[in-house]
Ligand binder design. Sequence first.
Ligand code: FE
Length: 211
Amino acid sequence: MSNEQQVNHGDHDSESEIQPSYYASRAKAIEALLVQKGVMTTNEINSEVNAMDSKSPADGAKIVALAWLDDSFKTKLLANASEALEEIGYKLPDETPYLKVVENSEDIHHVVVCTLCSCYPRMLLGRPPDWYKSLAYRSRVVVSPREVMEEFGLRLSDDIEVRVLDSTADLRYMVIPRRPLGTDGFDQESLAALVTRDSMIGVSDPLSAHF
Ligand code: FE
């Protein structure tokens, strides 16, 4: 390669590094319009983004651990998640989409997807992983859920019924995975440490799970 080619190649690279991506440009344009039209202020947008960034799967894991420990909390959580969460001091934002919590058992296994885009219980789990947004996951998990779960390392016996839940902008799902055996006497913190993000989506079991 000649020096000139090397220089050009280098220039091209540095240029692409400083160019914002299509999505970054689009987000910036939408943000500018929201502010310009008086729909939201910049401060309101920033505080929404900060609130979202402050959430992580650790939030969901604490809730799952409490549900494993406290049957009456779990019953309420399954019946009306927002109310149950508010009772433990976990106030969801007013504009939060309806949240449905489901429970995996030895008979039924739920796995969550958004076939249309990337709807996800962000208020409990933070941002979704990239694979959740991929066309491959969104299209395959509804057709061959067992095969997809096997790729995540979860092999379900044939007598377990698999239910694939399709999320929407108005309805989000979170899964309470099965509590691993051998965890009697564990406190909330130790149990929460076993609850992975993927187990709350339903594509895997909690850590050290053996049933
Ligand atoms: Fe979506």
